[in-house]
Write a protein that binds this ligand. Structure first.
Ligand SMILES: [Zn+2]
Length: 219
């Protein structure tokens, strides 16, 4: 029988801090290394879903074991959020509204995120936000400088999208478009927050700067 889901271990090497010191109070407290990512095998990964800032559909962090959903984290049934992957009544997931609880709770207890959670995501928007949250889980901040915090996590998601583009099936032009859109959105958050973005930080956030940080160029 064909397995209902395809699983990949995405490389998530730590992205250096690109934003001012003090935005995070414990940047890189846990060095990210890999993210277990699954998607349904019955249909192709949906590359076309546009990125947007709303709650991503069909994305959820699943606890590795039913009895391992740490009690301090709100949980919901995984099958309510990830479909066609064979998830059953014993599969529990981090409640989608509880990303901040996980960011704080895993950090307070020094629990390595990958030992607790794996990601179910069947479309590009879902995978982007999953990677964005993966950055939050490894870099703790008080979230007082929201626009800067989100900028760092956006850049980490873009960086990991680039590093894993082969596994994801993302080509270079599509990644460059995504980079431009995401960066534009990240800069708009400063305006929305009534904060000023310091343009000295822009050169660290360009597509070329991110690609230069990738461990090795794929053929
Ligand atoms: Zn965020």
């Amino acid at each position: 029988m064909t397995p209902l889901r395809i699983t990949e271990y995405l490389a998530t090497p730590p992205l250096p801090r690109l934003v001012p010191e003090g935005v995070f109070d414990d940047f890189g407290w846990c060095a990210s290394d890999t993210l277990e990512w699954s998607r349904p095998s019955a249909r192709p990964f949906d590359l076309a879903t546009p990125l947007d800032g709303s709650d991503p559909a069909r994305m959820v962090f699943v606890f590795h074991r039913a009895d391992h959903g740490p009690e301090f984290l709100p949980r919901e049934m995984a099958k309510l959020h990830a479909f066609g992957m064979g998830l059953g009544d014993d599969d529990w997931a981090l409640a989608p509204y509880a990303i901040d609880d996980a960011t704080d709770g895993l950090w307070e207890r020094r629990m390595r995120p990958r030992e607790v959670l794996w990601l179910a995501a069947d479309n590009m928007n879902a995978l982007f936000w999953g990677l964005h949250d993966w950055s939050h889980f490894h870099n703790h901040g008080p979230f007082e400088e929201r626009a800067w915090t989100e900028l760092q996590c956006d850049q980490a998601a873009l960086f990991w999208m680039w590093v894993n583009r082969g596994a994801i099936g993302l080509d270079e032009p599509a990644w460059l478009r995504m980079h431009a859109d995401v960066l534009q959105g990240a800069l708009a958050r400063f305006e929305a927050e009534g904060k000023r973005f310091n343009p000295e930080y822009l050169p660290r956030c360009t597509a070329d700067a991110l690609r230069d940080l990738a461990p090795s160029r794929q053929p």
